[in-house]
Design a protein around this ligand. Structure first.
Ligand SMILES: [Zn+2]
Length: 224
C-alpha cells in the first residue's frame, strides 16, 4: 500500500510538471481554483438559494450559483466531466455543502430522506469511467451523514438536450430513466446543472411512481 501510495504521488508530481494544472478563473498555475479566486467565486453564490418552482413532479430545487455562460464554476463542471479529478469534485461538493449545511443537517435529523443522483447512460459511464453527479452526491452524503442510494438508471441513450426547446427536451427524455428499487423516502436528487429542469422532472416522476413522497433537486448552477 505504501509503495502504491508513493507511486501515485510520484505520478501526480510528474504529470504536474508535464501538464501543470491551471486555475480556471485566472490561469495561474498550481490548482484548478487558486486561493485568490476561490473566495471571489464563493461570493457570487445566490442568497436566494431555494426555488419552489420545481415543475410538475419536482417539488423544488436547491442551488448555489446562477447559471452563467463561461463562469468559473461551469468551467470546473466541464473539466470534471472529462477529467477524473477528486480535487474538482471536492471543490464543487464543498460549495454545495457550505451553501446547504443547515438544510442538510435538518434533513439528516429527520431520517426520512435519502440522497441520489441523476445517472448517465451505461455506455457513457463505461467510456468515461465515472459520473460526476455521483461523485458529488457521494461526498455530500459522506459530509452530511444522509444515506445515499442509486435509485435511478438511465436506460436510453438520449440525444443531447442542447438546442432543444423545453417541449423537445421533455419528449427526448421520455422513458429514459427507471428505478432500481422501491423508494420509501423523500429524495434529494443531485446533479451539476439545472437548465430547463426537464431531466430532473423526468427523474422525479419516476422516483415518485416508485414511492418517493417529495423530490427536491440540488445543483451547483441553476438557470433562474
Ligand atoms: Zn485564480
Amino acid at each position: 500500500m505504501y509503495i502504491l501510495n508513493f507511486l501515485n504521488k510520484f505520478l501526480t508530481f510528474c504529470l504536474g510538471i508535464l501538464f501543470p494544472v491551471l486555475c480556471v478563473a485566472c490561469g495561474k498555475e498550481g490548482g484548478y481554483l487558486c486561493k485568490n479566486c476561490l473566495p471571489k467565486i464563493w461570493n457570487k453564490r445566490c442568497k436566494y438559494r431555494i426555488s419552489t418552482k420545481g415543475g410538475i413532479h419536482l417539488d423544488g430545487s436547491f442551488f448555489v450559483f446562477e447559471y452563467e455562460k463561461n463562469s468559473a464554476v461551469l468551467k470546473l463542471i466541464q473539466k470534471l466531466k472529462y477529467t477524473f479529478s477528486t480535487e474538482i469534485a471536492e471543490i464543487l461538493s464543498e460549495f454545495l455543502y457550505a451553501q446547504f449545511e443547515d438544510v442538510l443537517t435538518e434533513i439528516q435529523k429527520s431520517q426520512n430522506w435519502a440522497i441520489t443522483f441523476v445517472p448517465i447512460y451505461r455506455k457513457r459511464f463505461l467510456w468515461r469511467g465515472f459520473n460526476q453527479a455521483e461523485l458529488i452526491a457521494r461526498i455530500i452524503a459522506y459530509k452530511s451523514g444522509i444515506p445515499m442510494h442509486q435509485y435511478l438508471v438511465k436506460t436510453k441513450n438520449t440525444a443531447t438536450q442542447v438546442g432543444l426547446d423545453s417541449i423537445g427536451r421533455i419528449i427526448n427524455l421520455r422513458g429514459a430513466f427507471c428505478v432500481t428499487r422501491e423508494v420509501r423516502k423523500n429524495v434529494i436528487l443531485i446533479d451539476d446543472v439545472l437548465t430547463t429542469g426537464a431531466t430532473m422532472n423526468e427523474c422525479a416522476k419516476v422516483l415518485k411512481r416508485a414511492g418517493a413522497e417529495k423530490v427536491y433537486g440540488m445543483v451547483l448552477c441553476k438557470r433562474v
